[in-house]
Design a protein around this ligand. Structure first.
Ligand code: ADE
Length: 305
């Protein structure tokens, strides 16, 4: 097999900037030879080193390199370059060439629509579940790092929507790739087991089930336009999450209600699907009635009304 030709920044024409983070920006670009559109995530290496963020960049690259699935953003090439605008200042960039999602992200679509119909939410939820199932089959937990700071990272901003209406999950900078020895859990215990306080185990043990909690939050948000847990400050939001304090409006769709209730369970072991690898019990929930799990990713995506 012949090796794919190494790409450089010169192979691409940058069209516009589509996102900006503290140490990276995402641009819409086109490959000159093929006219294929890509999103290029440009990471400022000096900034990364200064902010000690190398491990996030490494985990993102490693996770993306392991994941090859139609519902997950594909990493096509990586390369390093110096800014052509600044040849003397030695700014080095690390570039990730990714799928380009023309329709933006799910958060924007929810905001534009106000909220989704049950039919639209069901379609996106089904695709998100298939993406989670695949990531977990590769022992990758999307929500890992942020979850340790009690936040969720699998969120609508990280679910991109392609021109054909199908999703691609992105942003693996906070993911966790499980070692063979810690399948199912993501806390490698260091210390003497006999003396560890129980709360250390419960707080530090992050399992794949953290992504299922995030999944419950996303279903709720698609159907209402708002997140289930929101306090006046980050601290108050955490308090609400910990006490499981959220409510359903009277018009919340009945068929989705019990699924959200089964996902937003504080104890990760008691969350629906937490003891499964194929998430059968979630797929068989009445909310997903009518979904053909084998063909959905090749079906026509619904119009967002
Ligand atoms: N591909 C990867 N990140 C993207 C983004 N922010 N917008 C569109 N496509 C992308």
């Amino acid at each position: 097999m012949t090796e794919a030709r190494k790409r450089t920044a010169q192979d691409f024409k940058i069209l516009d900037e589509i996102g900006e983070g503290s140490y990276s920006s995402v641009v819409h670009a086109i490959e000159k030879d093929t006219q294929i559109e890509y999103a290029i995530k440009i990471l400022n290496k000096r900034h990364i080193v200064k902010e000690k963020k190398e491990k996030y960049v490494k985990v993102e690259k490693d996770a993306l390199s392991l994941l090859k699935h139609p519902l997950i953003v594909r990493l096509y090439y990586t390369f390093q370059d110096s800014s052509s605008l600044c040849i003397y200042c030695m700014i080095q960039f690390l570039d990730f060439v990714l799928d380009y999602a023309k329709n933006g992200d799910l958060l924007q679509l929810i905001k534009n629509a106000g909220k989704f119909s049950v039919q639209v939410a069901r379609f996106y939820a089904a695709e998100i579940l298939l993406a989670i199932e695949y990531m977990h089959s590769r022992d990758i937990i999307h929500s890992y790092l942020k979850w340790r700071f009690i936040n969720r990272d699998l969120k609508p901003e990280n679910i991109l929507v392609m021109e054909n209406g199908h999703i691609k999950v992105t942003d693996f900078g906070t993911a966790r790739i499980l070692e063979t020895s810690d399948r199912g859990r993501a806390f490698s215990f260091v210390g003497t087991a006999e003396y560890v306080a129980p709360e250390l185990l419960t707080i530090k043990e992050v399992t794949k089930s953290a992504d299922l909690w995030a999944f419950g939050c996303i279903i709720y948000q698609m159907l209402t336009g708002i997140v289930p847990f929101k306090g006046g400050s980050e601290y108050l939001t955490f308090e609400k999450i910990k006490s499981g304090e959220y409510s359903f409006s009277d018009d919340f769709p009945e068929e989705a209600k019990s699924l959200v209730q089964l996902l937003l369970v504080a104890d990760p072991i008691k969350r629906i699907g937490s003891d499964e690898s194929d998430y059968k019990s979630i797929k068989n929930h009445q909310f997903f009635n009518g979904i053909d799990w084998d063909t959905i990713i090749n079906s026509d995506a619904p119009e967002i009304e």
